[in-house]
Design a protein around this ligand. Sequence first.
Ligand code: SAH
Length: 556
Amino acid sequence: MRKDSGRVRRDRILNRARKKRAAQGSSPSSSPLQGEGKKDARSKHKRGRVFLVGAGPGASDLITIRGADVLGRADVVVYDNLVSPELLQLAPPKAELIYAGKRGGSEKNIEQTALNAILIEQARKGRVVVRLKGGDPFIFGRGGEEAEALARAHIEFEVVPGVTSAIAGPAFAGIPLTHRGHGSFVALVTGHEDESKGASAVPWNELVAAAHHGGTIVILMATARMRATLDRIRAAGLPDETPAVEVQWATTAAQRTVSATLASLADVSAREGIGAPAVIVVGELAGMREHLKWVERTPLFGRTVVVTRARAAASDFATTLRRLGAEVVEFPTIETAPPRSYTALDRAIKRIDSFDWIIFTSAMGVESFVERLKSRGGDIRALGDASIAAIGPATAARLADYALQVAAVPDEYRAEEIVSAIGIKQIRGKRFLIPRAEVAREALPEILRDKGAKEVVVAPAYRTVKPKGAQIGRMRELIASEKIDLVTFTSSSTVTNFCELLGVPAKGIRAAAIGPITAATAEERGLEVVVKPRKYTIEALTEAIREYYAAANGST
Ligand code: SAH
């Protein structure tokens, strides 16, 4: 009876949500956020909304695009213990972060009630609430209960599914959960039930009977009662030698996997010290790991690498490192801001057609120069006959975005390289403009003057500052617990700011430095620079990191 009225109410809420969306003209296939932020003309109050979002199993790039999008619009994020802290950086800086502190299965009812109350209260304030849950919100995470509470309170909600650890764990262990001819069903079960306190809700006998015909059983919340659970499966008649695999911290740098049999897994796991969070896979297909294990073979598997460059510039680098198997912690140590004074740049822009060469030393230099030109009502055609040089491929690529032809691109940042790329004849008697960061090395202007340039104007176009809101506490903790394998530095200022932000000695931390100057700054600060690429580019740095760990893996 109560169930029925609950369902009726739920339907009414869903219908109302549908009608509202239809009235806003959004089709079912359009973004769930369409109309978000726009004031609902018919309602006096801004309507809050809760998104139950699956954060994925651990790796920060295993959230869905929709999940990331919703997070980026959150006013409040209520997140669980198993959610990657990296993901919280996707929320707007002003978003309120509330730690729900749950760890699968162990939470008390009262906490769940309080949590539901928080979601409801926040939504009633008209806020966009993201309830960020590990894996998929509707697989063993009590997401169903949260949704019910929201429905009861007439709070609009949406569910953004996530990659559950029940799927990702086996995938990262090299176990297909189904396989033509060998496995035609999968059961996701909880290992957290205590049967001594009553009949089991998991029909083990039936599951095992089915597993005899090639099914796979995936057990979550498996560790605390692991032996009892596996014994229960054996008692139901699955042969002792059935392959069984346990994966802990799947998809993260801490991933550990052990392969055994149904009879031996509990002992092997205890011996290896594997604990929560872990999933267990039982069934013939678990044996395929021996042929299909892949993650352990990625060059940076098990390594946690910190990327310190500015967030805007970091993402390609971070993505490449992740592709190589690393867990990446983004800890931006620089952010760009307008220069303290635009006088020099504005003066240069006014007489821009008098320069023979414009040299850009960073993509940010290109961006801030063009932005300033635009804001002064300038026109890109004013660059007229000036030739353009870009230091490095990333800078050249940004110029290409503005359809600016580059006459010279040395492929690394060294003043001598620039001179030879431009050609000595092109320097003598010529006028140069270098729009760049407020504080930068003097080598380039000096060498140009040295080679007979008629005029060299250095115009600050931006300045780098320490970012506000860096996750300093988290970084200190990661370093203290020796979870960081390598910190990457792409300029001296990333080193200086990293050390200053941390505020504790950086002694002994292993570093990768893009070039000799960055390396020297790092060494002065007591870091151990173990990776120094031959060329001073991000690509070369990435390759050098790969080689460093390939050598380390080979020698162990
Ligand atoms: N909703 C989550 C599960 C929550 S219950 C999901 O879909 O993944 C918590 C259990 O999930 C843990 O006890 C463990 O069994 C499993 N788990 C979560 N993250 C995991 C990970 N990275 N590796 C292995 N198991 C994980």
